[in-house]
Design a protein around this ligand. Structure first.
Ligand code: PMV
Length: 361
């Protein structure tokens, strides 16, 4: 699909009002997206596990306006008006205007909430933008009932990408790939696709326990981080490495090769942080407890031969990844050894999930 496919035709009807609700999950990248061109085009392809427990639920109530005089909306976060989120949503709506021109015909009330604790250091932009984009597509579907499911999902992902790059990987389930790659059929820079190759059962129920090392605001926004890849001395090699890691991941995922998985995923996480440490200005998002946890994971893996590994986002929190059959054993490890490195001892059990769902209420 190309950008043109996302421009709507004439609408078949125009309801007076209505309400739609979607719940979209967060995701955690295995091969990381870090670096982009305008508008939200990734410098390299990426792939992520869709999560399950960490999710945003968003409702959009829409009511026909007297006159079409620009975007009009209210924004409620966890039941309360949230003025500081409004500019981000305004920019998003302006960016997607040509794809969803009906929006200006309605007064919108956007209500959103997250399943994870407030300011837990878990970015809600991926799940939030995905849930909002699905709501907008759901309204479009009411205006144009012949919209087919593939286009619905691809366009939801396309819109979400324009809100926050990695959000485009939060529409569908299990494993989602984003970014054109010559060896991955249907891959696109414009939206995420369900990973089209064989995936061993072990990866379809993989666990991710998010160890909340630092719950405050991120020290560097991902917008700034992506920008620092422009003129970065190692950028080109890094981008090439991501392409090649996607090739390497294919047999690993197909065969359930945990050793190969661990090596590739940990290397990706450390490379992401290495890029941050070697940009100008340079920065470091890991905290001493991040390193303590990583060392303990390595020691535990060596001593017990349990296939646990870690990945990191652009922050200090650690995602502990392991097969679901190791759950009980790993629970003990987390409680006994890792919880002490988490802020207020907090962590969240999550696992691979099957994508966003519509909530009927
Ligand atoms: O979606 P953004 O612009 O917030 O970028 C997210 C980038 C990482 O989370 C660090 C990696 C990724 O691929 O999700």
């Amino acid at each position: 699909m190309t950008e043109k496919d996302f421009l709507p035709g004439a609408y078949q009807k125009m309801p007076e009002n209505g309400k739609v609700t979607w719940k979209a999950p967060s995701n955690i990248a295995l091969v990381k997206y870090w670096g982009k061109r305008p508008v939200q085009i990734p410098a390299n392809p990426s792939i992520s596990f869709t999560l399950d427990a960490c999710a945003s639920t968003t409702s959009v109530t829409f009511e026909k306006k007297e006159k079409n005089d620009g975007f009009s909306f209210d924004l409620l976060f966890e039941g309360k008006p949230k003025a500081d989120f409004k500019p981000k949503i305004q920019t998003f709506l302006e960016r997607i205007e040509m794809y969803v021109p009906f929006l200006k015909e309605y007064y919108l009330t956007i209500e959103t909430s997250n399943s994870f604790p407030h300011s837990s250091g878990i970015a809600s932009s991926a799940s939030g933008m995905a849930a909002l984009s699905l709501c907008l597509m759901d309204i479009e579907k009411q205006l144009n009932p012949s919209l087919d499911e593939d286009l619905f999902n691809a366009k939801a992902s396309y819109l979400a990408r324009l809100g926050s790059g990695s959000a485009c990987r939060s529409i569908k389930g299990n494993l989602v790939q984003w970014g054109a790659h010559k060896n991955i059929p249907k891959s696109s820079d414009l939206y995420g696709v369900e990973y089209p190759f064989e995936v061993d059962a072990v990866f379809q129920s993989y666990c991710d326990t998010i160890l909340l090392v630092h719950k405050g605001q991120k020290q560097v926004s991902s917008t700034v981080g992506h920008q620092l890849m422009h003129g970065h001395p190692y950028a080109e090699n890094r981008f090439q490495q991501a392409f090649s890691n996607l090739d390497k991941l294919k047999p690993i995922l197909a065969s359930g090769d945990l050793k190969g998985f661990i090596t590739l995923v940990e290397s990706e996480a450390l490379t992401l942080h290495a890029m941050m440490m070697t940009s100008m200005p340079y920065f470091m998002l890991m905290k001493p407890d991040t390193l303590e946890i990583i060392n303990k994971i390595w020691q535990y893996r060596e001593a017990t031969k349990t296939p646990v590994c870690f990945t990191l986002d652009a922050g200090a929190n650690v995602h502990l990844l392991y097969p679901s059959k190791e759950k009980e054993k790993v629970k003990g490890f987390i409680q006994d050894e890792l919880a002490e490195h988490c802020e207020n001892g907090q962590y969240i059990y999550d696992q691979v999930g099957s994508g966003a769902i519509k909530i009927n209420r």
